[in-house]
Design a protein. Structure first.
Length: 318
């Protein structure tokens, strides 16, 4: 195999737009998961005024739309993308993902519409006063709100894991063909969702606010980070204990070079160790900038993890 650079080599099939796509999808799944858990454990804090719910309202569908737009523009023939939305194949991971995205967006729209029902009706009465059907549909959905929320949680978890399944389905790449990958991407997505939510809290209150949702996010965030570390160890342990192809993939990824440094300095150093070291500073009530720095470092680590897995995973072919 002849390598030209860290970003251009012979066995490369999926490049950097896919990494950004996976990162954006993870944020959406993470935010929705955290928002639903907040509403389940602290219903009084999970209303329409919640910073987490407002952030989810914008970035939940927003990151999905942006991610899919990047994916569509990355296609060889982007003008034919609509065919993927009506021609399904239950043997194709990509086709299953399209079905998941469609169902996710529909349920997400219904779930958010019920949470922000008063605001939505107010907008409808202001701009479309004759469209009384909106309030009727929302009223009809009221008995099913709990069920919609449960389905939404399941879909968010599936979407977060799907980003890993998408890569692990590439059986010709021993590094990526790893059963730990979907779970690792799920929890790193929740971690990125927590970082975005805490940044939104800091920007809204201009300090490290001691709200119920802030405490809740921190309680979720800490075990999630330790689970990420455990899953990374399990991921590499699976490669080390695997066959010759997996051993070669492990050496190619961590045996030196650009992507080795990307992992140790970017994923581990910037994304995991630095936030842990800076948290005591960021937890001070007045450390507004500290929260932003810690969350930005965490987000950068999650993004670099996507780049590392994607590119290092394609260095070695079975």
């Amino acid at each position: 195999m002849t390598r030209v650079s860290a970003f251009h080599f012979e066995s490369l099939v999926w490049d950097w737009p896919i990494a950004i796509y996976l990162f954006l999808i993870g944020i959406s799944a993470g935010l929705v998961t955290l928002a639903i858990l907040l509403r389940r454990y602290h219903p009084e804090a999970g209303g329409a005024d919640s910073t987490l719910l407002r952030t989810t309202l914008v970035l939940g569908p927003g990151t999905i739309i942006l991610g899919l737009l990047i994916l569509v523009l990355h296609l060889t023939r982007p003008w034919t993308f609509w065919k993927l939305m009506i021609h399904y194949s239950f043997t194709s991971v990509m086709s299953m993902g399209v079905m998941l995205f469609q169902l996710y967006m529909v349920v997400l729209a219904l779930w958010l519409a019920k949470i922000f029902e008063k605001e939505l009706i107010a907008l409808q009465q202001r701009w479309l006063p004759r469209l009384g059907l909106v309030s009727k549909i929302l009223a009809w959905l009221t008995p099913f709100q709990r069920m919609i929320e449960t389905v939404m949680l399941v879909l968010a978890v599936l979407l977060g894991a799907y980003t890993g399944f998408l890569l692990s389905a590439l059986k010709s790449y021993p590094f990526l063909n790893n059963p730990v990958l979907p779970v690792l991407f799920l929890f790193s997505g929740v971690s990125s969702g927590a970082a975005v939510a805490l940044m939104a809290q800091a920007l809204r209150y201009r300090n490290h606010s001691q709200t119920i949702e802030t405490h809740f996010i921190h309680r979720i965030e800490t075990p999630v980070i330790w689970l990420e570390i455990f899953l990374l160890v399990a991921f590499f342990a699976g490669l080390a204990l695997g066959d010759d192809g997996k051993m070669r993939a492990l050496v190619a990824a961590l045996g030196g070079g650009f992507w080795t440094w990307c992992f140790w300095l970017g994923v581990v150093g910037l994304g995991l160790i630095l936030p842990m070291l800076l948290k005591p500073w960021a937890h001070r009530r007045s450390a507004f900038h500290g929260v932003l720095v810690v969350c930005a470092a965490s987000l950068a680590g999650v993004l670099l993890l996507r780049f590392f897995i994607l590119y290092a995973g394609q260095l070695t072919v079975a």
